[in-house]
Design a protein around this ligand. Structure first.
Ligand SMILES: [Zn+2]
Length: 200
């Protein structure tokens, strides 16, 4: 298991969190593609706005991402860290601050506990950040993110960017308790409305 917190929890105490998948949610992604070069990372244009809405609504922002390209030998651990650090830096410049980024560098056959939908990354984040599960959410573009959300007693949201649309088409319908949103901005507005009773 490998975790890399961007910043240590501040004294803020217990706060709900929005857990975010990275590829296909924050940055461009398509099936079979591995982001292995920081220079090729492209953040969706609506992301900083969405994250600012969630921060203002009182949520911590924590990224949980599978990066099996490390185990597959497509990039080094160092490059994987560099991509995550660059993401955090670019978002911060736009006023969207990530509390942490946790990633699994293992492959599907490594039997680790951190590869999603395993709950290792989530457990690690819970240890670092006191988080009430009830008011917390999990946003991803894959059904495995929804499964992780349910396993962690978070509210799962599928975004239709990245592989979201094709995943939904393939599976036919959302699992019980999950919602869908066109993209991260739509998801952020929905979550804010649910949390505060006001729309963004
Ligand atoms: Zn792992």
């Amino acid at each position: 298991m490998r975790a890399w917190p961007v910043r240590k929890p501040s004294a803020g105490g217990r706060r709900p969190a929005v857990f975010l998948d990275r590829d296909g949610v924050l940055v461009h992604n398509r099936s079979g593609y591995y982001l292995t070069d920081p220079a090729k990372m492209r953040i969706y244009p609506f992301v900083t706005r969405a994250l600012r809405i969630l921060s203002a609504a009182g949520f911590r922002l924590i990224v949980l991402t599978n990066q099996s390209a490390v185990a597959r030998g497509y990039m080094t651990l160092r490059t994987a860290e560099e991509i995550n650090r660059k993401l955090a830096r670019l978002l911060r410049k736009e006023g969207a601050i990530l509390d942490g980024v946790y990633f699994c560098p293992h492959g599907p056959d490594d039997g680790c506990g951190c590869r999603k939908p395993g709950t290792g990354l989530l457990k690690e984040a819970f240890r670092d950040f006191p988080t009430p599960r009830g008011g917390s959410w999990m946003i991803g573009d894959k059904f495995l993110d929804l499964r992780l959300g349910r396993a962690g007693r978070l509210k799962p949201v599928l975004v239709l960017t990245g592989q979201g649309k094709s995943q939904l088409r393939k599976k036919g319908r959302l699992p019980g308790g999950a919602s869908a949103a066109a993209n991260l901005l739509a998801a952020a507005r929905m979550i804010k409305a649910a949390a505060t009773g006001k729309s963004a």
